[in-house]
Design a protein around this ligand. Structure first.
Ligand SMILES: N=CN[C@@H](CCC(=O)O)C(=O)O
Ligand SMILES: [Zn+2]
Length: 403
């Protein structure tokens, strides 16, 4: 079964050549993109969809979410808006609510959040554990995460539970808890920040998880300058996320990780993606991450929602893109790239087409997964020009029309 989507006013491919085609068409065959080019030379297909002169871009790749939770933290948000500052301790409120929720309800809540994201153009997403914090609860979250998201991350090192010794809890995270979650996750993450995990504890967790075969990610430099970026670079993490407070040395270190990468062919030695979370920055009144400086220094950047009940209760990638353009000084093309290809790079899903059985996401090219987002607008510029407007018109996820 093939579908020709034609009359696309602007096709922002976010492929390696950064092509933006006018008056374009795309053919979807099963789960893959089979053809792209000018509408005038499009081949025939079983079915046809008229995009009506709208813009198409890759579906958003949300590479950082925390969707496995119950309850909300409205009171904490209100206190913050009244002047209190964010601290890691709020996580415990969500842990209590999550533990008190059945498997069925936790799954239903997470699926509802995924559906919300997909309806706004997200077609590939990662989610994390981290609101369980016991062996059984983290294993449960990891199991459910693996069924609701495309990729799952183990974040047992989110907060030391009340009444536990930090060293003993770190042992648990590196030992029995890791063994229990291992079948369900691809990645491990650690909240390396004052009030959460120290540099030494974070290094221990990351090393144990790496030895268990997991890829690494780090929550770092969110609330102040600290060891997060250094640790991510030292251990070869795929991404370091938040990155609000960076020293010049942090930026240089991140740029250095990309010195062996050839961005024009998408080959070479991968570095550590800097994942900026602007919705979280606004909701916690932190300075926006220096995405402009990171890009200018040669760092690969991703934008993600960080959807969670404490610091960023939104899955709107369009909101992140609008903020990146209006306030972080990215061009529309750069912001959309960070929210699509950048996320794929951070999740190691930027490559693969037909031959190897893997399908790249985050860019529109033949053989890639057919994850497509049509805007109710003639160009992607409208994402920033009309911020806050519901611009998602149609969504294909792995070739299936979702909206
Ligand atoms: N920073 C650590 N973890 C989450 C927040 C978790 C929470 O406050 O519930 C984040 O990415 O912002
Ligand atoms: Zn997070």
């Amino acid at each position: 079964m093939s579908t020709l989507i034609t009359n696309i006013a602007e096709l922002m491919t976010q492929d390696l050549e950064h092509r933006v085609l006018k008056d374009a068409a795309v053919v979807v065959e099963g789960e893959r993109i089979a053809w792209i080019g000018s509408a005038a030379s499009a081949p025939a297909a079983d079915d046809a969809v008229d995009a009506g002169g709208r813009a198409m871009l890759p579906g958003w790749v949300d590479s950082h979410t925390h969707l496995l939770f119950a309850g909300d933290r409205t009171a904490e948000f209100e206190a913050r808006m009244a002047g209190e500052s964010y601290s890691a301790g709020g996580i415990a409120v969500t842990v209590d609510a999550t533990r008190a929720t059945s498997d069925f309800d936790l799954t239903r809540l997470a699926l509802g959040r995924v559906a919300e994201a997909v309806s706004q153009g997200t077609t590939y997403l990662e989610t994390k554990t981290g609101y369980g914090l016991t062996v059984e609860e983290e294993a449960r979250s990891a199991r459910i995460a693996s069924t609701v998201a495309d990729q799952a991350t183990y974040l047992g090192a989110h907060l030391v539970p009340a009444g536990m010794d930090a060293g003993e809890y770190t042992d648990l995270v590196c030992g029995p808890m890791l063994a229990a979650v291992r079948p369900f996750v691809q990645w491990a993450d650690v909240f390396c920040e004052t009030g959460a995990f120290t540099e030494e504890q974070s290094r221990r967790v990351l090393a144990a998880c790496r030895d268990a075969g997991l890829g690494l990610r780090v929550h770092g430099n969110q609330l102040g300058e600290g060891p997060g970026v250094r640790l991510a670079v030292e251990l070869g993490a795929a991404s370091v996320d938040h990155v609000n407070h960076l020293s010049g040395a942090d930026v240089e270190a991140l740029a250095g990780t990309w010195s062996g990468w050839d961005a024009t062919s998408g080959t070479g030695e991968r570095g550590t993606v800097a994942t900026c979370l602007p919705a979280c920055d606004l909701s916690t009144r932190q300075p926006l991450a220096p995405a402009r400086a990171l890009l200018d220094t040669g760092v690969q950047v991703a934008l993600a929602s960080n959807c969670n009940p404490g610091t960023s209760y939104t899955s709107s990638m369009a909101y992140c893109v609008a903020t990146a353009v209006l306030q972080m000084r990215l061009s529309v093309h750069e912001a959309v790239r960070a929210a699509t290809y950048g996320g794929a790079l951070a999740l190691h899903k930027d490559q693969g087409a037909d031959a190897d059985g893997e399908r790249a996401v985050g860019s529109i090219a033949v053989g890639h997964r057919a994850d497509l987002h049509v805007l109710n607008a003639p160009s992607a510029t409208h994402l920033a020009y009309r911020p806050g407007m519901p611009l998602t018109y149609a969504v294909w996820r792995a070739g299936v029309r979702e909206r």
